[in-house]
Design a protein around this ligand. Structure first.
Ligand SMILES: *Cc1c(COP(=O)(O)O)cnc(C)c1O
Length: 362
C-alpha cells in the first residue's frame, strides 16, 4: 500500500495577523485552533488515501457513526517549538507515530505508517507556522493527531472505515505565574486501567473512565488523581494523563511499564536526560506505602509528574484516605526543576540535541 502525500487545499480566509497575534498573546491550552487541519482516510480494501490539508472546521458525522457508540478512537499529543534561528521543530514525532500504531493495534484499528503520521504533522505545522509562538519562553504549538472509526452502523466489530485528523492549538506556558506544585489524591478504590486492558493505548476511553475520580479529587481539594494497580491496589501507576517520577537524592525512579501504564515520551526522555546530567535513573515498582514511608524517613526527596503538556509538574501535597503529607515541603524540588529546564532547553533549541530528538522544519 502506498503512503499518501498530503494535497494542499489551504483556506482562502485565514485569520489576519492582528487576530492571530491577539490569540497568541494569551493562548491558554486547547482553547484556540489554527487555520487548518489535515485529514487522511482509510477504507478496507483501499488502505490509506485522500490525504488533504484543508481549512479547520467541523466534521460531519452520521448519528450512527461507529465511534459515537463504541469509542473506537485513539489520539496523540506532541509539540512544535520555535527555535532560536526562527525555524520550527517538533519533539520526537517518531515516538508519537510509533505509539499511535501501538494504540491502533490495541483498538483493532489500521496502523498509520510512521512516515504518513510525520508528514501530516509537518504539513500542518508548515502551513500554520505563524501560529508557533515566538522563541524564548515555554510556549509552543500543540499538535493533536487522532483517529476515529467512521463506519456507519451499530454492529459491534472493528470498523471498515476510519478518519485520521491532525489539528493544532497554540499553548501558553503551563504555569504562567511560575511553576506551581500540584496536589494529588491517591485513589485506592477507583482504577484507571487493568492488566490486559487498554491502559497502554492512548484512547479517549481511558480518560472517560478517569473523570469521576478526577471530580472526586477536586471535591477533596486536589488537582490530580494518582492511580494504583488494579489487582493489589498497592503499586503506583500514574496520573490520569501524566507519568510519575520519584527522586531519591541522586537517583530518579519511575514505575515500570507493566502494560496498564501509558509509555510517555516525556517519561522516556527524562530517563535519558537524567543520565546525561549524572543522575541514576531506573524503572521499578513503587508501592503506595513505600511512597509514604520514604517521604517520612526523608529518603524520598521529591516527586514529580511528566507529560507533553506541562513537561514536568512538581507534586507538592499527597492525600490518601488515611492521611496526607507534603513532598519537599510543598515546594518545587531542585532536581525536578533542573530536569525540567534541561528538557525544555533541548525542546526550545538552547541546549545541544545530543540524541537527535528535534525534528526540524523550515
Ligand atoms: C499522554 C499520556 C501521558 C504522557 O505521555 P507523553 O508522551 O509524555 O505526553 C501519560 N499518561 C497518560 C494516561 C497519557 O494519556
Amino acid at each position: 500500500m502506498t503512503t499518501p502525500t498530503i494535497e494542499l487545499k489551504p483556506s482562502s480566509r485565514p485569520l489576519s495577523d492582528t487576530e492571530r497575534d491577539a490569540i497568541l498573546a494569551s493562548p491558554g491550552f486547547g482553547r484556540h485552533f489554527t487555520d487548518h487541519m489535515v485529514t487522511v482516510k482509510w477504507t478496507e480494501g483501499r488502505g490509506w488515501h485522500d490525504g488533504q490539508l484543508v481549512p479547520y472546521g467541523p466534521l460531519s458525522l452520521d448519528p450512527a457513526t461507529n465511534v459515537l457508540h463504541y469509542a473506537q478512537e485513539i489520539f496523540e499529543g506532541l509539540k512544535a517549538y520555535r527555535q532560536p534561528d526562527g525555524t520550527v521543530a517538533t519533539f520526537r514525532p517518531d515516538m508519537n507515530a510509533k505509539r499511535f500504531q501501538h494504540s491502533a493495534w490495541r483498538l483493532g484499528m489500521p496502523e498509520l505508517p510512521v512516515e504518513t503520521f510525520i508528514e501530516a504533522c509537518d504539513a500542518l505545522v508548515q502551513q500554520d507556522k505563524d501560529w508557533v509562538p515566538a522563541h524564548g519562553g515555554e510556549e509552543s504549538l500543540y499538535l493533536r493527531p487522532f483517529m476515529i472509526a467512521t463506519e456507519v452502523g451499530l454492529g459491534v466489530k472493528p470498523a471498515n472505515e476510519y478518519l485520521f485528523v491532525v489539528i493544532a492549538s497554540p499553548a501558553g506556558a503551563y504555569f504562567p505565574g511560575g511553576v506551581k506544585p500540584v496536589s494529588i489524591w491517591l485513589s485506592e478504590d477507583r482504577v484507571r486501567a487493568v492488566p490486559g486492558g487498554v491502559g497502554d493505548a492512548k484512547t479517549g476511553g481511558n480518560y472517560a473512565a478517569s473523570l469521576l475520580a478526577q471530580a472526586e479529587a477536586a471535591a477533596k481539594g486536589c488537582d490530580q488523581v494518582a492511580y494504583l494497580d488494579a489487582v493489589e491496589h498497592k503499586w503506583v501507576e500514574e496520573l490520569g494523563g501524566m507519568n510519575l517520577y520519584f527522586v531519591y537524592g541522586n537517583k530518579i525512579v519511575t514505575p515500570t511499564l507493566t502494560g496498564s501504564l501509558l509509555a510517555g515520551v516525556t517519561r522516556d526522555s527524562l530517563l535519558q536526560v537524567a543520565r546525561d546530567l549524572g543522575y541514576e535513573a531506573e524503572e521499578t515498582r513503587v508501592s503506595i506505602d513505600q511512597w509514604q514511608a520514604d517521604t517520612e524517613s526523608g529518603a524520598l526527596t521529591e516527586v514529580f509528574a511528566c507529560g507533553t503538556a506541562a513537561v514536568i509538574t512538581p507534586v507538592g501535597t499527597v492525600k490518601r484516605a488515611t492521611g496526607e503529607w507534603k513532598q519537599s515541603g510543598g515546594e518545587a524540588g531542585e532536581v525536578t526543576m533542573r530536569l525540567r529546564n534541561a528538557l525544555l532547553d533541548v525542546q526550545r533549541g538552547t541546549a545541544e540535541d545530543r540524541h537527535g530528538w528535534m525534528h526540524k522544519l523550515g
